[in-house]
Design a protein around this ligand. Structure first.
Ligand SMILES: Cc1cc2nc3c(=O)[nH]c(=O)nc-3n(C[C@H](O)[C@H](O)[C@H](O)COP(=O)(O)OP(=O)(O)OC[C@H]3O[C@@H](n4cnc5c(N)ncnc54)[C@H](O)[C@@H]3O)c2cc1C
Length: 167
C-alpha cells in the first residue's frame, strides 16, 4: 500500500497552503498561536473567509454547499490549518446541527437553515445538558408547552458553550 500523497493531493496541499498564507489574517493566527481565546468577531471573520472560498463546511455533501473533498483532502486541509494556526471553525451549526438537518430535516428546514449556517447569519448553540442531566439525557426536566401558536419553555440549561453569541 502506498501511503504517500498522490500528485493531485500534493497539488491540493499547495493550494491550501497558498490560500492560508494569503487569507488567514495574522491577527487571528497570532491569537491561536498564543493559545488565547478568539473574540466573536474573529471567529466570524474566519468563518466568512472560508465560506467565501467554499471551504467552510468541509464534510457537507456538495448539494448542500460542501466542497466534495475526498477523506485525504479533508485530512490535508485540517493538517495545513493546524500548521498555519488557523482557528477551528465554531462547530455547532456546521458540525452538529447541519448534518442532522441534512439527514432528518424537512426540505423546508434544509432550505431555510443550511444557507444561514454557511453565511454566518445564524449562530447555533446546543442546549441538551442540565444541572441534573448530563450524560443521562432521559432525565431532562425542561418542557415545551404549546400555547396557541407559540411554545413556552421552562427549565434550566448548563454547559451551553458559546451560547452567549448564539442567535
Ligand atoms: C467544556 C464543556 C462544554 C460543553 N458544552 C456543551 C454544550 O454546548 N451543550 C450541551 O448540551 N452540553 C455541553 N457539555 C456537556 C457534555 O456534553 C456532557 O453531557 C456533560 O458534561 C456530562 O454531564 P455531567 O458533567 O453532569 O456528568 P455526569 O453525566 O454526571 O457523569 C459523571 C460521570 O459518570 C459517568 N457516567 C455517566 N453516566 C454513566 C453511565 N450510564 N454508565 C457509566 N458511567 C456513566 C461519566 O462518564 C462521568 O465520568 C459540555 C461539557 C463540557 C465539559
Amino acid at each position: 500500500m502506498d501511503l504517500n500523497y498522490s500528485e493531485n493531493d500534493l497539488t491540493f496541499q499547495a493550494e491550501v497552503r497558498s490560500f492560508l498564507a494569503g487569507k488567514l489574517p495574522e491577527k487571528i493566527a497570532a491569537v491561536v498561536r498564543a493559545g488565547h481565546g478568539l473574540t466573536k468577531d474573529m471567529m466570524g471573520e474566519w468563518h466568512l473567509i472560508l465560506n467565501k472560498k467554499g471551504w467552510l463546511a468541509t464534510s457537507w455533501p456538495k448539494k448542500f454547499g460542501g466542497p466534495g473533498w475526498t477523506p485525504v483532502q479533508k485530512y490535508i486541509f485540517e493538517e495545513e490549518c493546524c500548521s498555519a494556526y488557523a482557528p477551528r471553525v465554531v462547530p455547532f451549526g456546521k458540525n452538529m446541527l447541519g448534518p442532522v438537518l441534512q439527514k432528518f430535516g424537512s426540505k423546508e428546514q434544509q432550505v431555510e437553515y443550511l444557507p444561514r449556517i454557511l453565511s454566518g447569519k445564524d449562530w447555533w448553540c446546543q442546549g441538551y445538558s442540565e444541572p441534573g442531566a448530563g450524560s443521562d439525557l432521559a432525565s431532562l426536566k425542561t418542557r415545551a408547552e404549546r400555547n396557541g401558536n407559540d411554545y413556552i419553555f421552562n427549565g434550566q440549561k448548563t454547559w451551553t458553550t458559546l451560547g452567549q453569541h448564539a442567535n
